[in-house]
Design a protein around this ligand. Structure first.
Ligand SMILES: [Zn+2]
Length: 199
């Protein structure tokens, strides 16, 4: 699997393009903003986008969804427990930033059999930061959204967050193979899991 990180938006979200080298089939993980920049990268690399994967419904992870959907006519996969956040994301963005975001297009539930070329992408439910947070895993790569960062863990002080759920989620991630590499939603990416202390 090929991985490219793109820093997007005012909150500097890590958007990831992941693709299969043979087929150039591509998923866009967390297109937080800057749809033109993401689109240009996809065209430059001659990738074939198949879907947008969202780790959760916060606005800084999904503001480019509308334009990318219009550009590539691809589905947007989101754990439906986060749809209330996603549907509100344009409004939240206008409150917290100067994005001038529009309404968001509809999402679909994340399918069980997510594949990129011959590689399976496992969806790991990691509630806590938001009720519908997930991580995407294709050994050894783990895309953690705002659940786990290189230096810390996700916020759980929103009204809909749960620090107890987040702790359980982090406990389950801590049991993953030692060679796991994490790709968080912000800041440093491609960090070996074995140097992190999750507690
Ligand atoms: Zn978040």
């Amino acid at each position: 699997m090929e991985i490219k990180v793109l820093r997007v938006g005012q909150l500097q979200t890590n958007c990831y393009l992941i693709w299969d080298k043979e087929t150039s089939d591509c998923f866009i993980i967390d297109p937080g903003d800057d749809a033109d920049f993401i689109t240009t990268e996809i065209l430059n690399q001659k990738l074939k986008p198949k879907a947008i994967l969202l780790t959760h419904g916060h606005f800084d992870h999904c503001l480019a969804c509308l334009e990318l959907k219009l550009n590539f006519n691809i589905p947007i996969y989101l754990n439906q427990k986060d749809n209330f956040l996603y549907q509100n994301s344009a409004k939240s963005a206008n409150h917290w930033t100067t994005s001038g975001a529009l309404k968001q297009p509809a999402t679909s539930p994340i399918p069980d059999d997510l594949k990129l070329g011959s590689e399976e992408i496992k969806v790991i439910s990691t509630p806590g930061h938001t009720p519908g947070s997930v991580c995407f895993y294709s050994a050894p790569n783990l895309f953690t959204g705002d659940t786990l960062f290189a230096e810390g863990i996700g916020r759980s002080d929103h009204s809909y967050s749960s620090s107890a759920d987040l702790k359980k989620s982090l406990d389950s991630l801590a049991k993953m193979p030692l060679d796991t590499i994490i790709y968080p939603g912000h800041e440093e990416s491609a960090v070996p899991m074995n140097i992190l202390s999750i507690d």
